[in-house]
Ligand binder design. Structure first.
Ligand SMILES: Cc1cc2nc3c(=O)[nH]c(=O)nc-3n(C[C@H](O)[C@H](O)[C@H](O)COP(=O)(O)OP(=O)(O)OC[C@H]3O[C@@H](n4cnc5c(N)ncnc54)[C@H](O)[C@@H]3O)c2cc1C
Length: 424
């Protein structure tokens, strides 16, 4: 892109003077290249098609699903039919076979932006699904993956218990090996897709007396004797997402349903963390972008003291700060996506993305409600739900406090390599 004024060639002083005397020109786009995000032509088409799918098949039903407290399972099947449920698995399992995370980023962003984030398609497809290919046997993949890709089977993961959330080593569920199976006992709570799920990956201790981290992951299937569901829990937000209690009473889990090696469960859970936090970050940030856009539209329309709310300097400054934070966060998240695609995203860099974007989602919704005035408190204004949906993002998938522990442990450790000095 050509530039009518190149500050590297010209005098910096002249440049500074011109920006003061002629701010509109220099704040505008003339002659300058905007920062760009990096998606391919195929990905633009994919985004467009997915947007249309959401508008036709998901958005119109969301309100009734919210009232019911659960998404109709048909949503998963419809997404599966159109190739939007699990895009990453190999074609032999029904997927697209393209591991580029940007396809998932598009799904996550568009789902959040269409205000249907409480349809937990991504938990199914990108958070739980990869456990099967990462740690499962060929037999397990062949038996289970096609149904997950088509949407016939819905997935969930059950780690949290009434007395163990952040501190997973405190879990009490246990499994004991017997002949050709394991006997699983315990209870889980707050499990997303808990009512709809056909396949639940359950973490349980398998040597509780000697090692609190000796855990095994079990594939528990709908209909197994002793596997029962409790309440579908009432929540502050994410109303359409079924968040349930699960109970396991002497469930006989065949050895063919042990995921990976017995005893390795805790390590397996840790291995998925970078990807899980990246998934979260992409969604939280898109929700924050939506809060900004809803608020911008509102303050331009709404009048107070004879002028639009957007004419007040306080509004402009608050939104300018938010706009800047959003753009900074987007650059970081996109760089994390590129690093993930290159196999280089660390759990620590992803923790920073999770921390920053989840906190920003809460701030963006809060600013949005404030600028909507009393209307922002009313259900009929979308910003109201942006606010109640946002709060959980700083708590689940590793709370903000846990992210800060991880980040500080890194900079206090021996291998600390700050981002600004990498690749010097
Ligand atoms: C809507 C929803 C969906 C969920 N989905 C799932 C799911 O699908 N599967 C699943 O397994 N779980 C799920 N969870 C559970 C979620 O992951 C936990 O709630 C989360 O990990 C926090 O655990 P906790 O609730 O036990 O809080 P606690 O661990 O009791 O934490 C309470 C507070 O103490 C802080 N804290 C804890 N330890 C420390 C520390 N060392 N230093 C400083 N502060 C600390 C926490 O940050 C938090 O602020 C879900 C929860 C909700 C609400």
């Amino acid at each position: 892109m050509s530039s009518q004024f190149n500050c590297q060639d010209g005098s910096l002083l002249a440049y500074a003077l011109l920006t003061i005397l002629w701010p509109e020109y220099f704040s505008g786009l003339q002659g300058y290249t905007m920062l760009q995000r990096a998606f391919t032509e195929e990905q633009h088409m994919f985004r467009d098609a997915y947007r249309k799918f959401l508008a036709a098949e998901i958005v119109p039903h969301m309100e009734s699903w919210r009232e019911a407290g659960i998404v109709d399972r048909a949503a998963f099947r419809k997404a599966g039919e159109q190739g939007f449920l699990m895009v990453w698995p190999e074609e032999k399992y029904g997927g697209m076979g393209d591991p580029d995370f940007r396809f998932e980023q598009i799904i996550i962003e568009e789902t959040s932006y269409a205000r249907v984030g409480d349809w937990y398609n991504t938990l199914h497809s990108r958070l739980v699904g990869p456990y099967l290919t990462r740690f499962g046997s060929d037999e397990q993949c062949q038996r289970l993956l096609p149904g997950c890709v088509s949407g016939e089977s819905v997935l969930a993961i059950a780690m949290t218990e009434p007395d163990a959330g952040s501190d997973l080593a405190g879990m009490r569920s246990t499994a004991v090996e017997k002949d050709d199976h394991w006997v699983l006992n315990g209870s889980k709570t707050f499990i997303s897709n808990g009512v709809n799920a056909d396949i639940v990956i359950v973490a349980a201790k398998t040597d509780p007396d000697n090692n609190p981290h000796h855990m095994t992951l079990f594939i528990v299937e709908r209909g197994m004797e002793g596997f029962e569901r409790g309440r579908n829990l009432k929540k502050m937000g994410l109303k359409a997402q079924d968040t349930a209690e699960l109970f396991f009473n002497d469930v006989k889990v065949p050895k063919a349903n042990v995921l990976g090696e017995p005893g390795q469960g805790f390590i397996y859970l840790m291995k998925g963390l970078a990807e899980e936090r990246l998934i979260g970050a992409a969604g939280y940030l898109s929700a924050a972008q939506l809060s900004f856009d809803l608020t911008l539209d509102y303050v331009k329309e709404r009048k107070a003291f004879g002028k639009p709310v957007s004419a007040f300097q306080n509004t402009q400054f608050k939104l300018a700060e938010l706009r800047t934070q959003l753009d900074f966060a987007q650059v970081y998240v996109d760089q994390c996506v590129a690093a993930f695609n290159a196999g280089q995203l660390t759990a620590i860099d992803a923790a920073k993305a999770k921390l920053a974007t989840s906190e920003l989602q809460v701030v963006a919704a809060d600013i949005g409600v404030q600028f909507h005035g009393g209307n922002g408190y009313m259900d009929e204004y979308p910003i109201s739900r942006q606010y109640t949906d946002a709060k959980i993002s700083t708590i689940y998938a590793g709370s903000s406090e846990v992210m800060k522990i991880i980040i500080s442990r890194d900079f206090l450790g021996e291998d600390y390599t700050p981002f600004n000095t990498r690749n010097f």
